[in-house]
Design a protein around this ligand. Structure first.
Ligand code: ATP
Ligand code: MG
Length: 465
């Protein structure tokens, strides 16, 4: 009774908060970050806030990356100024966010995200988890601004809670993050179980950052994950998708996927991985696709989410397609049904946006066309706007022994050959002229028809479901 009354007045009992030790301050000679390594925009934002009388530090992943000699992807600044105060300091700045206001400050083509020091507040995190931005959440939000020490301990891992002041060139550490970075360890701030419960996405972040940085996850930070992994089911799928995109395009996708699997985190997001990794041929293809993605990122080349998703879901799609064909569904129709089914199934766990569907399907639909190399068909394939991506997909399959290597080599030559050579490379027309002949041919192809692939290029039928 009394407990209920107290809860009504003061809110539910709060999870035990981690407490910050006194900060340690590292001078430039100790941490070694050179000011010139930072982006001008990040320095300008800190300087602008300092001039206006506020505290301002570069914080989070950027400090971690700089300490590791890596180039930060983007910069976050933390300050004691409120979002409105931050906005008034800069010419090009806008407040974003509903639950937590942040300020985006623009300098030329760079955006720096500025957040006000904040304290951890489980009730607000719970709201965030449900994706509810109601009055309640907003009211609480005003109460969660905190001081710098509180801002440090509301962060996820110790390596992500360091503050760098470009003016004094000091690194401020409240959570022993500096030492953990030196030890290459992912260590949760506070009680790992409680922090994962507050926000289960932190489990994915642990896996992703460990893979990206080549760090080990501290045993106490890793231990609760196996048991808590199912909590990801309660996270809005759109947020899981964002986090998976970060993992897949971190430049360490293969490591990341392996880490997810070893921690049992993939079950609620990409359950298809089990089937893929249990089938040697399917695994070879997926591993190659992930490696290529990592290589392209290392070389600063563009990467395409539809391409990678097409690769991840290719095997289940082909299996379903074959199964439908075996039931007597015509090949093209079977392929369309299979594509829709597979994309819908995957969408239930990983919210791949529907707008990617046509792009993924386009890559798949193009695959059988590479077998046809007559005058009419070869040029139709070659002049298709998405030829390059479709061909890359075919070449990847060939490399993984899932498509005909000779055909892949033919297309590699054909696309760059001069018109005369191209002409000489063409094969006889393999498309029947009359409906009658087409029908006959389809029968002969055992349900092949227009989209038939020869059996040598069709993947096996076990494993990936
Ligand atoms: P990346 O290199 O991928 O950008 P990051 O650590 O910078 O890694 P961000 O998503 O950019 O990741 O987050 C910036 C900072 O915000 C983190 O370093 C961390 O301090 C804090 N943070 C992000 N997500 C969480 C979370 N779920 N819980 C607590 N703190 C978080
Ligand atoms: Mg970041």
């Amino acid at each position: 009774m009394i407990k209920k009354f107290i809860e009504r007045v003061f809110g539910p009992k709060k999870a035990r908060k981690p407490t910050a030790a006194k900060e340690r301050i590292f001078a430039q000679a100790e941490h070694g970050i050179r000011r010139e390594e930072l982006s001008n925009a990040a320095i300008s934002v800190c300087e602008g806030l300092h001039r206006a009388g506020y505290k301002a530090f570069v914080v989070g992943g950027a400090v971690r990356d700089l300490l590791l000699g890596r180039h930060p992807k983007d910069y976050d600044v933390a300050t004691d100024a409120t979002p409105e105060q931050v906005r008034s300091v800069f010419r090009r700045a806008r407040i974003i966010g509903r639950r937590f206001k942040l300020v985006h400050v623009m300098f030329r083509d760079e955006t720096v995200e500025v957040s006000t020091f904040r304290a951890n507040h489980p009730a607000v995190d719970a709201d965030e988890k449900d994706g509810r931005a109601d009055e309640h959440g907003r009211l609480l939000r005003d109460n969660v601004y905190g001081n710098q020490a509180e801002d440090a301990i509301r962060r996820d891992f110790t390596m992500n809670a360091l503050f760098y002041d470009p003016e004094s060139e000091e690194v401020w550490d409240y959570v022993n993050g500096f030492a953990d970075i030196k030890k290459q360890r992912v260590v949760m701030i506070g009680d790992p179980t409680a922090r994962y419960r507050e926000d289960p996405v932190r489990m994915l972040r642990a896996a992703r950052l460990a893979a990206k940085l080549g760090f080990m996850i501290d045993p106490a930070t890793e231990a609760p994950i196996v048991e808590l992994a199912p909590l990801l089911d309660n996270v809005p799928t759109a947020r899981l998708f964002d986090e998976m995109l970060k993992l897949l395009f971190s430049g360490h996708a293969l490591n990341g996927i392996e880490k997810l699997r070893s921690l049992g985190l993939h079950a609620g997001i990409l359950p298809v991985l089990d089937a893929l990794f249990n089938d040697p041929a399917a695994k070879a293809f997926v591993v190659l696709a992930l490696q290529r993605t990592d290589e392209r990122i290392a070389q600063d080349k563009g990467v395409s989410p539809p391409f990678l998703f097409a690769a991840l879901f290719w095997w289940p799609m082909v299996q379903r397609w074959r199964a439908l064909e075996a039931k007597g569904v015509r090949s093209l129709q079977a392929m369309h049904e299979s594509m829709d089914d597979v994309l819908d199934i995957q969408r239930k766990t990983l919210a791949v946006p529907r707008r990617l569907d046509p792009l993924i399907k386009e890559l798949w639909l193009a695959q059988p066309r590479f077998a046809h190399r007559s005058q009419k068909q070869a040029f139709r394939t070659l002049t298709h706007p998405r030829f390059r991506a479709s061909y890359d997909f075919y070449a990847l399959r060939a490399e993984a022994d899932d498509a005909d290597k000779e055909i892949a080599a033919w297309w590699e030559r054909f696309q760059f050959a001069d018109p005369q050579t191209q002409e000489s490379m063409l094969l006889p027309d393999d498309e029947p002229k009359t409906k009658k002949r087409r029908r006959r041919k389809r029968k002969a192809d055992e349900g092949g028809g227009e989209v038939a692939m020869n059996s040598a290029e069709a993947p096996g039928t076990e494993g990936a479901s």
